[in-house]
Structure formats: C-alpha cells, structure tokens
Design a protein around this ligand. Structure first.
Ligand code: ATP
Ligand code: ZN
Length: 609
C-alpha cells in the first residue's frame, strides 16, 4: 500500500514497525488533541485510545477541525474517533467520553500503553495523568499552548523531570480590597464588574467568586465590614429590579455613594489618587442621545456617556431576562444569571460597568473586545500553534519510542522574529519532587483479613526496617502515626485503603529519613495460608532523602553532564545524523546562516533545526 511505503521510507523500517505495534493513549480531543490524532493516525499508529469528557461547542469549530457544525453537542472523543479514523482505514481508535480521573482508568490500564500524550487544558487533569504515568512507568508527552506560545515536555519516569518537578503557576486571584476599594488596573475593574457587581445583582453573591482572594480579610476588618454593608445595600436595590428607577439606583449607589464613601477614607489615598464620583443626572441627557447600536462597536473604547448608555441598556435587558426566568421558574431556588463571555447582554454589562469604574478611578478604559478576552480569561487559541505543537509532540515521541530519551528535548514555540522554536535538554528528576521523587511499589492485600497492624508491623517494620517514626497517608487523609495506635487493629479496607488508590509512607525519622514510599493499591484473593498483606516487589531499597540542589539540576546528554537550561548548538550527531554519511547518501542543503539543515535522501529523512 503506497501510504505504508512512504511511511516506511520516511521513518525507517525500525521506527515504522515500532509505531505500528504501539498501543497509545491521547488524553483530550480539543485544540491540540485533534491535531495530534490526525498526526498519529497518518503516521501509522494502529491502536489509539482517546479520552475526552466534553461535548463539541460552536466556539471549538474554528480550530478543532475534526468537528463540524452538525457535531455540536456530541461527544468530542466519539466524533474525533469517527473523523480521524477515516484518514487511515487500518487504524483502530477506541474512544471514551469520560473524565480521565474516573476509576476505570487505573494504573493497570495506563500500563497497557507504550506512550501517553496529554492534550489537556487544565492543571488538575495534567497532574493526574502525570501521577498515573509515573506510577505505571509509562512515558508521557506533555503539551500545552497559550496564544502563540506552545510547549512540549517529554517525560520518562525515573529518567527525566516529571510535570510536577517544577512549580506551576496557579490561576491568578486578587485581594478583595484591591478589587473593592483600591483598583489600579483595568483588570481590577473588570473583576469587580464581573465577580462583584454582576453577581450581587443577578447571581448568588461574591463569596463564591474564585477571582476574589479573602486571605487578607483579617488585616482589614473594618473596611471589610463596610464592604459587607455596601453589598447588603445593593441587595436592597436589587429588589427594585424591573422598575424604571433601577438603573439610576444602581448607578448612583456604586458610582456616587460608594465612591464618596471611599474618597472620605483619607488614609487610603495618601499614596494613591482618590476616585471621583460620577453624576448620573449630568450624564443622562447625553447618554440618552447615544444610538442603541453603540454596543455593536466593540473594537473601540467607548466615551463616558457611551458607557452609561450601554450600562443602562444592558441592565434593562438583563432585568427583563431575570423577570422572564422568574415567571417560568418552578421550585424554591430563585433563578439567577451567570456571566458568559459569549452572552452579549452579560458582556455589555460587565464591559460598561468596568469602564465606568475605571473612569472613576482614573484608570484607562478598554474596548469591549479587549474586556471579553480579559473577563473570560481568554487568550485566543491559535490553530497554527496547536498544529505545530502537536507535530512536535509526535517528533519527541519518536525519540522516546526509539529508546533515545537522552536525545528528546523540551521544546518551546513562541512568536519570535529570531527563532520560533527553542529547546532545552531534559533535566534529571528533582529529588524533592512530591510526585516522582519517591520510591514506588504495589501494595497487595486481602481486604477480608489485612489489618493496618499487619501492614505496619509485618511489612514496614519487619521487612523494610522502618522505625516507629513513620506515618501513613491515604488519598482520604492520615491513617497512621505513633499517636494513632488505635487504628492498628482496624482492617485496611475500613481505613479507606481501596483498590486503585494510593498510600504514602512517610519516614519521620529526624536523622536521615528515607524518601517517601508511594504504594499503588491492588486487592488480591490470597490463599488463607499466605500473609494478608504483601508488597510487590517484596525486596525494596528505599534511598535516603537527598538535600535538594537549590534548583541547579543537571541533565545528561550523550554521557556528559551540563547545566540544564544552558543552550548548546546541536551538532549533527545529536540530530541523529552523521553529517558525513548524509553527505554521501543524499542531498544536504545548509542555509547560509548555518542555522538550518535540510536533508533529503532516499530514505526520506528530513530534519530541520
Ligand atoms: N479531566 C479530563 N478528562 C478528559 N478530558 C479532559 C479533562 N480535562 C479537560 N479535558 C479535555 O481536554 C481538552 C482540552 O482542549 P482545549 O484546550 O482545546 O480546550 P477546549 O475546551 O476544547 O477549548 P477552549 O477552552 O479554548 O474553549 C478539552 O476537549 C477538554 O474537554
Ligand atoms: Zn517530579
């Protein structure tokens, strides 16, 4: 078949046959996932499993090209299987419309794959797959994109850093006082409009908003109390929703009264510019003259009066919607509205309310288009970035599959004039990493018989030589330490140690503790004569904890060690090519600046750097 002939030519016989026998997993069938599936299918992988929990949305169609309009609301995984399957009739795709964290995807299942690809969009799922791959000792190709930036990280358990070896940024939240009293940037006003004003008027209140960080509350007790009273007053105004007076009352409350109150707190403005109250009466005549089409002009910043016009009109539209919802609602829970960047009424309200607050505080205003990006925390997804990143994932996977993990690289894609692609050597695992800096084994036990005492005394102390200073943690919490002796007589199964969960043994010895031991739990039907609990493997060497190396980790490349992150020009050997041989075998075109080499020989290899 011609397809296979060309694949064999371009990949070489060995890699080709390895690829065609590899059972692989793709987690996520979104932006990167669609591109990846297409690449994997056309590269000759024959058994691909794909998991995605979501259904197809209209906004996915511009880049998730395996999906069409008719597929909206259908399962991403199932439609991706159908469409990508057609690219190569020889492929078998197994699709799961499910969360990768579901118990059916246990360590045994992960072990059945030769390699796993992450094409996810959130930290939590990425961390989970990383942990499962480490436990199952399966290589993982981790990837992600934001706008023009992309990143690929090959992870080989035990040999390279895992996803959790380096700290990750958690989503940004803002102290509540910055948002409610002392904004200084447009984003502060946008968060105020979206998470405070919108939810107080149409939702269930600000306390649920993830963008608001209440940790500083205890330092500002008095101001927090004032803010609570402000919110309570707004709740009263909410009761007049639907009346002609409603927009005026909201406006005057938040842009006049509340601002005057803030202004009167002189201490607050010693080092900052105080805000100015806005006067509804003076603004209204001009605002009423603004044509109603103003809110369609979302690419330019609106004037003060234009913002007032959009504020009034969106407030009326949203009030009417809430009224209609109330008329239709059954049961006790009052209907609410939630902000959605694609819901024009809610966006109009948030954009105009944020801009009015910005004007009051002397902060620059933004166009509705910009506010949409910021309020939805969206950096636009770019199809080209996803496509390039997915291609890089496959190229890195080749190296891992060929056993050349020392040649695999962390690859960065960016919008740069000089160099769109950059790479870094993979680093050695961080000994202090909570996920991979641990010893691992399997804990097998008989749920009918095994007690915590059997486990602690027979296995941990007798066989592995732990001292009394140890504690045991399950996914649900602490089940043993020297103060929890009463648990020793309880069955492991009654303490939450269940199949497919994890148990962590922490050595609390002061002098030279061992690294944590993470046990993946499996239940086995033991014969009556065998011990009720065993570890696999039984003889386990658990190293002592090493002192972290202050972030200066080293990576091994071709047998020599060099500081991670230090860039070195790739030589031909590293590019998996013997320059001389290539020159003899095929055409080598070296670009004048020496940065790119293109090889085109009879075996079809093309390498670009
Ligand atoms: N726990 C999980 N289990 C399975 N699939 C997941 C899980 N978490 C996220 N996903 C999937 O990962 C994919 C990530 O794709 P992508 O980043 O393109 O996001 P999207 O939701 O499709 O698009 P956008 O967020 O840009 O609107 C999504 O299809 C999402 O459903
Ligand atoms: Zn790690």
């Amino acid at each position: 078949m011609p397809r296979d002939r060309f694949l064999k030519q371009s990949l070489g016989n060995n890699l080709y046959s390895q690829i065609s026998q590899s059972r692989i997993l793709v987690v996520g069938a979104g932006g990167i996932g669609c591109e990846l599936l297409k690449n994997l299918v056309t590269t000759g992988f024959k058994e691909i499993h794909v998991v995605d929990l979501d259904t197809i949305d209209l906004s996915n169609l511009n880049r998730q090209f395996l999906f069409r309009h008719a597929h909206i609301k259908k399962s991403k995984a199932l439609v991706a299987k159908e469409t990508a399957g057609k690219f190569n009739p020889g492929v078998s795709i197994e699709a799961y419309h499910a969360n990768i964290k579901d118990p059916q995807f246990n360590i045994e299942w992960f072990k059945s794959f030769v390699i796993v690809f992450n094409a996810l969009d959130n930290l939590d799922a990425r961390r989970h797959v990383n942990r499962m791959c480490i436990a199952a000792e399966v290589p993982l190709i981790e990837s992600g994109t934001t706008g023009f930036n992309g990143q690929v990280q090959p992870i080989k358990p035990g040999q390279t850093q895992c996803y959790d070896c380096s700290p990750k940024e958690t989503p940004k939240s803002f102290p509540v006082c910055t948002i409610r009293s002392t904004p200084s940037q447009p984003i502060h006003c946008i968060v105020w409009a979206k998470s405070y004003l919108f939810t107080e008027l149409f939702g269930i209140g600000e306390d649920e908003a993830p963008e608001l960080d209440h940790t500083e509350d205890s330092d500002n007790k008095e101001e927090i109390e004032n803010l609570r009273q402000e919110a309570a007053a707004l709740q009263k105004i909410r009761q007049s929703m639907g009346s002609q007076e409603f927009p005026r009352r909201v406006f005057e409350k938040v842009y006049s009264e509340d601002i005057e109150r803030l202004r009167s707190m002189e201490d607050m403005w010693k080092t900052r510019k105080p805000p100015n109250a806005l006067d509804y009466e003076t603004l209204l005549p001009k605002a009423t003259e603004i044509p109603p089409t103003i809110f369609q002009q979302d690419q330019r910043t609106w004037t003060l009066e234009e913002n007032v016009a959009v504020f009034n009109s969106s407030l009326t539209r949203l009030s009417n919607r809430l009224d209609e919802a109330k008329a239709k609602s059954i049961g006790n829970a009052p209907p609410i509205l939630t902000f959605d960047k694609d819901d024009k009424d809610t966006l109009d309200f948030v954009a105009s309310a944020a801009n009015l607050r910005s004007i009051s505080f002397g902060i620059e205003t933004r166009s509705e288009f910009d506010i949409k990006q910021m309020a939805g925390n969206i950096i636009p997804a770019i199809a080209t970035t996803n496509a390039t990143t997915a291609a890089l994932c496959v190229l890195q996977a080749f190296k891992v599959l060929q056993g050349n993990v020392q040649k695999a690289k962390m690859v960065f894609l960016s919008k740069s004039v000089d160099r769109a692609l950059d790479r870094e050597d993979l680093r050695a695992p961080d000994p202090g990493c909570a996920v991979c800096g641990n010893a691992r084994a399997t804990l097998a036990f008989n749920p009918e018989r095994a007690t915590l005492g059997d486990f602690v005394n027979e296995v941990l102390k007798s066989k592995l030589g732990y001292s009394d200073e140890l504690s045991i943690q399950t996914d649900a919490g602490l089940i043993y330490d020297p103060d929890l002796e009463e648990n020793l007589s309880k069955k492991l199964s009654d303490l939450g140690v269940v199949k497919d969960s994890f148990v962590t043994i922490i050595d609390d010895d002061d002098d030279s503790p061992r690294i944590n031991l993470i046990l993946a739990v499996s239940e086995i039907d033991f014969p009556e004569t065998s011990p009720p609990v065993v570890l696999v493997p039984e003889a386990l060497q658990i190293p002592k904890k090493a002192k972290p190396t202050n972030g200066v980790t080293h990576s091994e490349t071709n047998g020599h060690v060099e500081p991670a992150g230090q860039k070195r020009k790739r030589d031909a050997d590293e590019a998996e090519l013997e320059t001389d041989n290539i020159r003899k075998r095929g055409k080598v075109a070296e670009q004048p600046n020496g940065t790119a080499i293109t090889i085109d020989d009879d075996e079809g290899a093309i390498v670009l750097d």
